[in-house]
Design a protein around this ligand. Sequence first.
Ligand code: XMP
Length: 242
Amino acid sequence: MTRFSARMAQAAKRKKSRIILAVDPRPGTKNLKLFARKAVREVAGHVCGIKVNFHLLLPLSGREMSGITRLAHSYGLVCIADIKLNDIDSTNKAAVAHLAAMGFDAVIANPFMGAATLASLVKEARRMDLGVIALVYMSHPDAKEGYGLEARQGAVYEMFLERAVKAGADGAVVGATQADILRKVRGRLPVYSPGVGAQGGDVEQAVRNGSDYLIVGRSIIEADDAAGVAREMNSKARSARP
Ligand code: XMP
């Protein structure tokens, strides 16, 4: 069984892309299944994975979601569930079992749950061939009110990073907008960064600062030429780090 972090790196190499599409529909989108399938098909040549959030996970059935992960896999894309999982052990286990059954390759989790619970989640997820990507510092402006807080042992995000490394997580989420934090986290775990485009982050800067993968939603999804924007972002990312 190849670890998720290795599968992700292989997908990025094969697809020659560090971009992960956040398949988030605009509010009011009528046919979500159709929207997701169209978005995946349109940009599949310029991205290495998709990330699915509650926009689709709440309204769609497990069967419909499986159809979307199957389609993404047919293009060689990796599928990540962004539920920022943060619960007790038994509930975390139920969540990863459902996500694995829907064909996901990895889940985003919040180390706030505690070091032992995170380690148990990573172990259980790996048993199901699912990777765990840990939140370390989110992308939005007031993320500092949580992730930036100073605790007795240092900043909260530093504790989260240490927990993630110790638990054997497959990656860390650090916002593309958090230049200083990216520089500190780079090299410890593969770094996944939302926040370019719509949230103000810059593709080349983020990659230079340490982002290994860029998660992009609205800038691509809401563009008239989604494939063109994805291609352009990918070529900028590749010029910053081939
Ligand atoms: P946009 O449209 O801003 O979409 O490109 C970004 C996507 O990523 C989610 N998001 C995050 N997910 N940690 C995460 O795990 C973060 O710090 C973070 N910031 C944004 C967002 O919900 C959307 O799906």
